[in-house]
Write a protein that binds this ligand. Structure first.
Ligand code: SF4
Ligand code: SF4
Ligand code: SF4
Length: 303
């Protein structure tokens, strides 16, 4: 795969190191203080859909970085895959979809899709056992050991991101983009950003990425709509998008600008109101957590 310019790589590497500091800081602070603190220095990715050509190298790199099968490889040359509207799933934490031109004489628009790493994540609010957490560096992570498989996060996410490993009968997990935690902890770029041959993806501080997006709009008048998706949508997200046409035609949901955890909380309120009194729910959750813990102990002993 082709590499981008040295200068950009140097800039991105510095950003990756800065992100590492935030992640490490987050880990130590997380033990001492509450989660869900939004740092002004939190990281993000700016996706320029006017540059993306739908090569799907990012899909391949993401799978490789996460030990997922990249087979069958020939599908990476089969562009018909792009025309099917796909969502991230357990075997592909990110996917690229192609949308028909939105204006006469225009080109198809390729859009990479993955967890948006929301500033106010509905999945975190929905998770009744605290398996999902918002880190200070902007990423939204989850702990498989705590997960009890209730799948409220799947219902709560406005972007339909968390997936369940239905193919694994014995030990299914929730899966989603983890913002390449292992790589960024080592000071490396997220795998998808690192491989993108056209530099359609830029990793950096979210505030710097917003500045960069506005600079691009000024430098190339008429190329972009003025909306940076994710700047305020759903209360703000770590992944930000630029496009030449309205996002509603590119598969982006209209989620408003208010944080969405209210939806998640209403799910929980629904449980309390209609299904079972809290004491029963806590007993059930306790049993599920005990079973989950036991399962983890058995797995560890087997290993
Ligand atoms: S690697 Fe870059 S250009 Fe290729 S599909 Fe992904 S975002 Fe688009
Ligand atoms: S996109 Fe969905 S899974 Fe990702 S942080 Fe937002 S609510 Fe959670
Ligand atoms: S940040 Fe990492 S996990 Fe997320 S889509 Fe990119 S490569 Fe996949």
């Amino acid at each position: 795969m082709a590499n981008g310019s040295g200068n950009r790589r140097d800039f991105l590497k510095c950003a990756a190191v800065a992100g590492t500091g935030l992640v490490s800081g987050s880990a130590s602070r997380a033990e001492a203080g509450p989660k869900n603190v939004l740092s002004a220095d939190r990281m993000g990715v700016l996706v320029d859909t006017t540059v993306c050509v739908g090569c799907r190298s990012c899909e391949w790199a993401c799978k490789t970085a996460h030990g997922l099968s990249t087979e069958p490889l020939q599908t990476y040359e089969d562009r018909s895959v792009l025309a099917q509207a796909r969502r991230p799933n357990a075997s592909s934490l990110t996917v690229v979809n192609e949308h028909p031109p939105l204006r006469e004489g225009g080109l198809p628009v390729d859009v990479k899709v993955q967890c948006m790493h929301c500033d106010h994540p509905a999945c975190v609010s929905a998770c009744i056992v605290g398996a999902f957490t918002k880190e200070e560096n902007g990423s939204v992570l989850w702990d498989t050991d705590k997960c009890i498989g209730c799948r409220y996060c799947m219902v709560a996410c406005p972007f339909q991101v968390p997936s369940f490993e239905f193919a694994k009968a014995l030990r299914p997990d929730i899966t989603k983009c983890d913002f390449c935690r292992a790589r960024t902890l080592r000071g490396e770029l997220p795998a998808c950003v690192d491989i993108c041959p056209l530099e359609a993806l830029t990793y950096g501080r979210r505030s710097d990425l917003l500045d960069l997006a506005r600079q691009k709009m000024t430098r190339y008048p008429g190329r972009y709509v003025s909306h940076i998706y994710g700047e305020n949508d759903a209360g703000g997200t770590s992944w930000l998008y630029m496009a030449s046409a309205q996002f509603s035609g590119l598969g982006f949901p209209d989620v408003g600008t208010k944080p969405l955890p209210g939806t998640a909380e209403s799910i929980q309120h629904g449980i309390f109101a209609y299904f079972m009194p809290p004491v029963m729910l806590y007993a059930l959750l306790g049993a599920l957590m005990w079973m989950s813990k036991k399962r983890n102990e058995i797995d560890r002993e087997a290993e």
